[in-house]
Design a binder for this molecule. Structure first.
Ligand code: ADP
Ligand code: MG
Length: 731
């Protein structure tokens, strides 16, 4: 049988995969006693407390809970405990685990073992090793902050996120969550600014809480719960799709007759192999101390979702990275590939990452929980208003923080939120906001009187947000849900922007409160004024209609809201004056650090599109064109022989013409693509990125349309790429 039939080998393998893989992995012997296994591969606060000398624990606890600085003596003691714990778990190596600006995570493993003079070896791990690492970091992007000849960057332990162990059949490694900075102290990662933003939020919120008389609150932290959507396909298909291999998404593929229109996949029962995969992935996450909670099918065929219980934002962000890594790793054991790309399949829903966000105090109170007492309600309304003000003031920056080549396929595509950032707060709260705006906040729709001073807020339905899926930023009962984040993105940066913008809004509103109060108002009256002004100011950001409609595009423009449709339009907001001022004022990122991030984001965008363009060209020339020519050759042979034997060959001739016409158009289009992609469009990264988005991307799309047309003409057994129908439905 000729090589042409490779695609069917894949189908054959997939057919057999389920039973063999299940027999190998899903033997039903996995310990799923969650209480027993939860956190066994994670160095929890409890274990540290148990094993550390009391005096050391007291200092460390202050660092973990209150972000107090840590000294080396404490680090030495912690290092001893950490090494002990890790070696008990079979770890031979350790690594500082960090989030470089590529968006993935990075690790460089060092052994605990040091040879000694007597020819043996001892294990060693000091406070110094724990606190600081020096990876040879010249290949991580720095956006001009660290020239390659000054390769030294260093990693530093982040004691607020627990260390954990990554196992492999042949050994284990202790992972120490860390920040990553240049030798001059400039941040080269996502975690540093996240930690700084949490600190700014803490500082400003504490200031407010003092005014509210909450003197015993010692810290405020952001909370995060991140819902992850992903696709699973059989690896046999993956290996036969060069586009999935290089770009994480299909660059070709005709729409199958059946897509997601029947909605029969959503919340449907989960196939066996997939369920086995989920169980094992969840088990691994439990062991790492990641509190995953829900799983279900998503809207598109072969699309799923996993969501955790929320945690403090920094830990939640690390756990989100671990979740992505674990999904990818465990999928392979089941012969599957986990696709985290925002849009692996054209014409089907893409994947997002709903980022649920709120603020919690040291007393365990959620600051976005409407309360039972007038006092709690006033406080709630203050922080609620501050979050809305943050979104209003920094729409551009929020949009920029989630800009990527992948997310461009999603935002505004009638399945994900539009590119316009607006907020949805539900009917009840909208009613209250209206009343406060008009200065008559005395009644509510349902339960009579509203205080500022008067009883309680009505019960806000927790699932109010679900009634408007089109909103990018929705209040869902006791938290906000930022829904525009892409499935493959790190949540750290959008959370950093949100924290900082909210810190700034709280700061401004608290200052206004203080001003009112210093001129004689009591807290209640001062608050009434501040809320009145704030809700009036932020009015344009509130939108309760259909975010997918054309009317909204017009209406948003009238309101002066930004509508940044692409990455290239959004990214400049990183270094807008307002953004620089914000980040510098709250010591989250310096202007230089912001500029470097802009450059890295542009660079990533440029590389991704360039790889896609080259892969497109490659697949067309080496797979699609040859397959089409073989077919054409075959029809022509029929024509020749048909004519010789006196058959009427009119219709086969028409068919040959049809195939030939599309083939010729495709050859012209792919030639054009090659030419425009050879031209770099300029010397600088912004010029190159702009060229790709404006000139190359449209040519790529034209090539795809023609190729997809051929997929419907060329015989199925000649077509070299696994089809959408196969990848999504044969499993
Ligand atoms: P919904 O049905 O509105 O999506 P869920 O209760 O299912 O709400 O929660 C969705 C996600 O939001 C979960 O990951 C959950 O942990 C998270 N979440 C809930 N409360 C908070 C909070 N206070 N802060 C951050 N995330 C939260
Ligand atoms: Mg949700």
């Amino acid at each position: 049988m000729s090589k042409l039939y490779r695609r069917f080998d894949a189908l054959e393998a997939v057919r057999k995969a389920e039973s063999t893989l299940l027999a190998r992995n899903g033997s039903g012997k996995m310990n799923m006693n969650i209480a027993e296994i939860f956190g066994e591969n994670c160095l929890s606060i409890d274990t540290l407390k148990e094993r550390l000398p009391k005096s050391v624990w007291k200092v460390l606890k202050k660092t973990i809970r209150d972000n107090a600085p840590l000294d080396f003596e404490v680090a030495d003691a912690v290092a001893v405990v950490m090494k002990e714990w890790a070696t008990e778990k079979g770890a031979t190596h350790y690594t500082h685990w960090f989030q470089p600006l590529t968006g993935a995570t990075a690790e460089k493993h060092d052994s605990f073992i040091t040879p000694n003079q007597g020819g043996g070896a001892i294990t060693q791990f000091s406070g110094n090793d724990l606190m600081r690492g020096e990876p040879d970091a010249s290949s991580f992007p720095s956006g001009g902050l660290r020239p390659t000849f000054e390769a030294r960057g260093y990693t530093a332990w982040d004691p607020t996120s627990p260390a954990f162990i990554i196992e492999n059949g042949n050994g284990s490694t202790l992972c120490i969550p860390s920040v990553f900075a240049s030798w001059k102290g400039e941040s080269l990662d996502f975690k540093t600014p996240l930690l700084r933003s949490i600190e700014s939020l803490n500082k400003e919120a504490l200031r407010t809480l003092k005014l509210f008389g909450e003197d015993d609150v010692t810290w405020v932290n952001a909370t995060g719960g991140f819902e992850q959507e992903y696709f699973l396909i059989d690896q046999e298909y993956y290996y036969r799709r060069p586009d999935l291999l290089t770009s994480g998404r299909t660059l070709f593929g005709a729409k199958p007759p059946k897509g997601q229109e029947l909605d029969d996949h959503y919340f449907g029962s989960i196939p066996d192999r997939i369920l086995s995969f989920m169980l094992e992935a969840e088990r691994e996450l439990y062991r790492l101390g990641v509190p995953v909670k829900t799983r279900h099918n998503e809207v598109a065929p072969s699309q799923y979702e996993i969501a955790p219980i929320f945690e403090k934002a920094n830990v939640a962000a690390d756990h989100q990275q671990l979740t992505m890594i674990t999904l990818k790793r465990i999928a392979r054991k089941y012969g599957l590939v986990c696709l985290l790309h925002e849009k692996p399949f054209a014409g089907l829903n893409g994947s997002g990452k709903h980022a649920n966000w709120s603020m919690v105090t040291s007393k365990g109170n959620n600051l976005l929980e409407p309360g039972d007492t007038p006092h709690d309600n006033m406080q709630f309304l203050f922080f609620f208003a501050a979050a809305l003000k943050a979104v209003y003031e920094h729409q551009g920056l929020l949009r920029a923080s989630i800009a990527s080549a992948g997310n461009d396929h999603r935002l505004g595509a009638n399945e994900a939120p539009p590119a316009i950032i607006s907020a949805y707060i539900g009917e009840q709260l909208d009613d209250i906001v209206e009343q406060i705006k008009s200065g008559k906040a005395k009644t509510t729709k349902e339960s009579g009187l509203l205080g500022l001073g008067i009883p309680v807020l009505p019960t806000i339905p927790k699932h109010a947000g679900d009634r408007n899926r089109t909103s990018p930023f929705a209040f869902t009962g006791n938290k906000f849900e930022f829904r525009a984040v892409g499935s493959e993105q790190t949540v750290s940066f959008p959370m950093t922007v949100l924290n900082t913008a909210v810190a700034s809004a709280i700061d401004q509103m608290t200052t206004a409160l203080e001003t009112e109060m210093s001129s004689g108002s009591d807290l209640e009256a001062a608050l009434e004024t501040v809320l009145h002004n704030t809700f009036r100011e932020i009015d344009p950001i509130l939108f309760h209609g259909d975010g997918y409609s054309d009317d909204w595009q017009e209406e948003a423009a009238k309101r002066g809201l930004l509508n940044l449709k692409t990455t290239m339009e959004a990214l400049p907001y990183f270094t807008e004056e307002k953004s620089i001022e914000l980040f510098e004022k709250y010591n989250v990122l310096s202007e230089k650090e912001l500029e470097s991030r802009l450059e890295i984001y542009l660079e990533q965008y440029f590389y991704k599109l360039n790889i896609e363009a080259e892969t497109t060209e490659d697949i067309v020339r080496t797979m699609i064109v040859p397959a089409t020519i073989r077919y054409l050759n075959e029809i022509l042979a029929v024509n020749d022989r048909g004519k010789a034997s006196g058959l009427d060959i009119t219709s086969t001739k028409t068919l040959a013409e049809e195939v030939n016409t599309v083939l010729s158009q495709l050859l012209v289009a792919v030639d054009k693509l090659r030419k425009v992609n050879e031209d770099l469009g300029g010397d600088t990264i912004p010029e190159k990125a702009d060229h790709l988005s404006r000139v190359v991307l449209p040519e790529m799309n034209k090539v795809r349309v023609l190729s997809d047309k051929l997929e419907k003409l060329v015989p199925d057994d000649y077509w070299p790429l696994p089809s959408y129908r196969e990848m999504l439905f044969v499993k």
